[in-house]
Write a protein that binds this ligand. Structure first.
Ligand SMILES: C[S@@+](CC[C@H](N)C(=O)[O-])C[C@H]1O[C@@H](n2cnc3c(N)ncnc32)[C@H](O)[C@@H]1O
Length: 272
């Protein structure tokens, strides 16, 4: 039975594994951003829309015994997974909350930092999300966002018509589900209007050939998400096979490369 709190990418094992691969690939950039934001031993950090908690587990190690990590996530599959790892690894500084970021109240927290990656793009009310993040931070606390600013930069070279239609379908379905893929276009204004000062912005876009580790990130997303679009009744079986076969052809061609969807890192400080 489908969990009505699932987000549109799904929360099954395939998505759990995809999110792990995605987290591992992005980890060097993320660790560096956390360091620049002052997250260290003793910090209290909220993981906003934590998914299966891969960032939370890393944060738990970084902040150590004197710190706290608060993982907020609405999918029960994911919070169960976080709780399981918390218990197995005895992560006493990890606090798990099964909550909806928009419909529910946040726990009563005063944190040093909030980490929000690929979440603001799914919520129905990003302004309310920012307001809640603001209220959960101490003055001078930081909010770090990794969100898309130009999803449509995503392409395969040599050009693949199937990938062009894939990107169109993803963006259309995303908006129909109530999210905004390119939410990083509006976040800086929303942050400035809601008690934050932007301290830095940094775009991340990669060019990756089949032999690069980064290749696995877009490749796995396309390969698995076509099934999700089919399940949702958005595309035909024929379209799915067509996209997959162009994808495999590209993977077998060492000259091909992906340009990834552009992510904007935004670091903002709470000033009021
Ligand atoms: C693409 S995943 C990203 C997970 C994690 N932040 C990461 O970077 O690996 C988006 C997550 O946001 C969660 N999410 C979306 N809308 C939410 C809401 N309104 N309340 C709580 N969680 C939400 C989804 O359940 C999903 O786990």
């Amino acid at each position: 039975m489908k969990n009505n709190k699932d987000y549109f990418l799904g929360t099954d094992l395939t998505e759990l594994e995809r999110l792990k691969l995605q987290h591992d690939i992005w980890k060097p950039y993320v660790l560096e951003a956390w360091k620049r934001s002052g997250i260290s031993s003793g910090s209290k950090v909220i993981d906003i829309g934590a998914g299966p908690g891969y960032a939370s587990f890393d944060l738990s190690q970084i902040v150590g015994e004197a710190g706290e990590v608060y993982s907020i996530e609405r999918s029960v599959n994911f919070t169960n997974y976080i709780s399981k790892i918390k218990e197995e690894q005895n992560l006493q500084n990890l606090n798990v909350y099964n909550l909806d970021l928009i419909a529910d109240d946040f726990p009563n927290i005063t944190a040093h930092a909030a980490w929000c990656r690929w979440v603001a793009c799914f919520v129905s009310d990003p302004k309310l999300l920012i307001d809640k993040i603001n209220k959960s931070l101490r003055n001078g606390g930081v909010a770090i966002f990794y969100e898309y600013i130009n999803y449509e930069s995503f392409r395969l070279v040599p050009q693949s018509n199937a990938l062009i239609t894939f990107v169109e379908n993803v963006v259309k379905n995303w908006r129909e589900s109530g999210g905004e893929p390119n939410i990083a276009n509006v976040l800086p204004t929303l942050l400035a209007e809601n008690g934050f000062k932007i301290t830095s912005t940094k775009p991340h876009v990669f060019s990756a050939t089949p032999s690069d580790l980064i290749w696995q990130w877009p490749f796995t997303f396309v390969y698995t998400h076509v099934d999700r679009l089919f399940e949702l009744g958005k595309v035909s079986k024929e379209w799915v096979s067509n996209v997959r076969s162009e994808l495999i052809n590209a993977q077998n061609n060492p000259e091909s490369f992906f340009i990834t969807p552009t992510v904007l890192e935004i670091i903002a400080e709470k000033i009021k």
